[in-house]
Design a protein around this ligand. Sequence first.
Ligand code: ADP
Ligand code: MG
Length: 688
Amino acid sequence: MAAPVIRVEDVTRVYRSGDVEVRALDGVTVTIERGEFVAIMGSSGSGKSTLMAILGCLDRPSSGQYFFDGIDVAGLDEPALARIRGRRLGFVFQSFNLLARTSALENVALPLFYDSTAGTARTDKARASLALLGLEGRERNTPGQLSGGQQQRVAIARALINSPSLLLADEPTGNLDTRTSHGIMETLVSLNRDKGVTIVVVTHEADIAAYADRTITMRDGRIVSDRRADHPKPDAAEVPRREPNAVNGPGAFWAFALMVMAAAAQAIGRNRMRSALTMLGVFIGVAALIVMVAVGQGANEMVRKQIESLGTNLLVVLPGATTSGGIRAGFGSASTITVGDAQAILREDAAVASVSYLIRQAGQTQYGNQNWATSIQGVSPNYPPITNWQIAEGRAIVAEDDAKAALVVLLGQTVRRQLFGDAEKPIGALVQVKGVSLRVIGLLASKGQTAFGTDQDDVVMMPFSTAERKVLGVAAPNQQQTPIGWVYTLPPNPYGLQSRLTGYVNQMFIQAVSSDAVKPAMKQVTDTLTRRHRLKPGDIPDFGVHNLSQIAEAAEGSSRIMALLLAAVASISLVVGGIGIMNILLVSVTERTREIGLRMAIGARRLHVLLQFLAEAVFISVAGGIAGIVTGVAASVAISLIFGWPAPVSFAAIAGGFLFSAAVGIFFGYYPARKAARLDPIEALRYE
Ligand code: ADP
Ligand code: MG
């Protein structure tokens, strides 16, 4: 003789709220055999639902024992209970508890998700179960498109999908009209007679209870009567015990993963607008991160290239103070270095290979009726080659030009464009530079912008002596520029010492004999200048000697700090996005409390629920992340195309953006997901 389906022994269930104790069940003992059809009656509050929750393994008794199919339920852990709920029990609720906006077929197939049934088998079973309840052709309809009776039939089809040995129905007809109620009861009767399903129905209507073979009446948590109907019960067909699906191995893992992802995708799909808005934070964060990293790397690369193009063995000597600290104001004259200094350095310092210098002033150029303000530079003949200026057309300035103070000039590409346009050939033309007529002998090749946005091509160059003696008559501007475009602003000279320009230079570029000789060259140049300027120990020097790799390091360092700052801002956006995800997920958990309860009632483990919500969070954040990566890459490409600024998108930035967004999803999704997984199934089902 098989064990009874249900054996309850002296079960009590006590609810405590504060000091008040409610004994919802007070010593219930009952046995229900396989194949029985039992109705539980009793007034409201008599403990019927409490008993059903315990029979359904959704709740545990405060004391007493419950054997389901001969197994002591108290000894089972949470996954085992979930398995019993999913495979051996079917629930039908007064309020149907169907997933809204989800087809009848999917609703019915829901319990199969949790026992890893494969896709086609799932659909076939769901179809068959619906057909059994007379719902062929309604597979695609959502609950909103079905009548109450049809919805309850869908719920019964769902309860039956795993061929359970016990069907529990808590007031299944409570929300239905009389005619529909009788239809549902007849369905249950035929399930009991033809399929041998053991059925327990709660009702408080006598005519509904009349369908059952046995009626148990409860009052105040106790069973007060237990009567068998006089109509003889036909022999129940032996229910074929359904063997549980084998759920192990990698197949089960993938089915499980697929189920979790499908549930998450479905939830997102039902709230498209909300999910899209939630993605925005992560989207903006990742896009910004990628653009920032690309632009930052581009800036670094540009600085490095410019400096490398000048050569690593180059020194720059600037006159005056190179810092604009208040203490030095008025001290540094902008013109403290002379051509004599340059000659002495070349003559005396062994580590120096060559010395070039320039004098510079802003001024007007003119050709025909076009005029243009630019940077006018008088340069030593070796200045253009040392600083990597190429001649695009015509010829360079030679020593003879400098010796004769020849009235010749080289035009930068910007000046050429402004004065001559694109059509006219400038070579050989006479242009006015500060009112002096100079013949154009050549064009400088374009150098483009510096990393800091200065147009290097906005320049004209002439021999140093020409500039000094014939063109630049007035004070030099008190700005100094390094070859990479940094501008040092020098304090103004109150004594007008610059007004006579005899031999003073604005800047010297010195080549060391090799890159290894840079350090000794710096020392020698410093010593020579200190001696020539008669500086005593302790005096503040009136010149500065820099090497380009120092300047490069400083520039790279500052752009790295900039990039870090921007990345920090982008990360903040990611965090804000994560908080948004957490927020929406918390709302979602609250909204779907009943759904969570239902999923648990039909076999979902806590782990399933946790993973479902976690997957939802990760889906949202990763979708935002991927959109951000695409946008960030597109924006980087657009920036480099529009501004001619290199913005290399690195694989590391893309991978980082992806991982970052996934991490945000997991981190911020965990709390809401855990909250969902910890819900008590019976309380979740009762949640309004
Ligand atoms: P029925 O389904 O027969 O109408 P219930 O089993 O739902 O009755 O409730 C039995 C008793 O237990 C009632 O007095 C009810 O107020 C109480 N009760 C049910 N659930 C809770 C709960 N979660 N907390 C406190 N009391 C509860
Ligand atoms: Mg009830």
